[in-house]
Design a protein around this ligand. Sequence first.
Ligand code: AP5
Ligand code: MG
Length: 213
Amino acid sequence: MNYVLLGPPGSGKGTQAKKIVEKFDLVYLSTGDMLREAKKSNEYINKLVSTGQLIPDEAVVGLVKKHLKKNDIKKGFVFDGFPRTIWQAENLDLLLEFENIKIDSVFFIDLCFEKAVKRMIGRRICVMCGTNYHTVELPSKKSGKCDLCYNELIQRSDDKEDIARNRLVVYESQTKPLIEYYKKSNLLTYIDGSRSEEEVFELIDIWIKNKKS
Ligand code: AP5
Ligand code: MG
């Protein structure tokens, strides 16, 4: 089982990817997480991520290759936030062809611009365990504290409203063309991202189970 999660920032890719990985015991590959780690020691990446711009294709593909080597992707994987440009998608195809691996589906989690902005600006993350909250949709029991480990909740630097809006503009111009790309190869599965977290997961889960049977 090999899946790609595609969709605007804030649509719920990370939330759903983690659920799929947990339920089906797959490898989780998030280029956003890889780059948030890389930016700690790389000022150039820090500047791009913090302002909501994409990191150059070659650098991202290089990072992905490194992570693919570290993980046993033959057991199945979920890509979250990769590929994000046509060039990245073509290079992923080449990489997978070389390994004789096929993508089963690209789940396109769709969400309109303004709802995506609200999701991003309300998101809070635990500094310690990384658990996701939302100030309106999924608040923690005690304001600013994680329900699980009681550590502080923070806002991602690129979730400030102006940067969040910029990320959506970047998505529209550079990532949205992938919808056509994957439609042409019959891999695209449309998912309505405006539904609740549980409903979105149910749609994905049903698709996966139907495909397996
Ligand atoms: P990345 O980390 O991939 O961010 P993103 O694509 O902008 O997406 P987000 O993580 O903001 O949103 P999400 O879709 O994961 O939503 P989530 O589940 O968290 O990338 C960050 C940056 O890294 C990029 O801007 C770029 O600079 C760089 N980068 C990454 N990949 C790259 C690549 N391939 N090439 C070049 N550069 C790259 O949900 C959001 C919020 O909504 C949460 O609070 C959650 O609790 C809530 N929520 C989720 N689902 C629901 C629901 N159904 N109902 C109500 N609330 C919900
Ligand atoms: Mg994410």
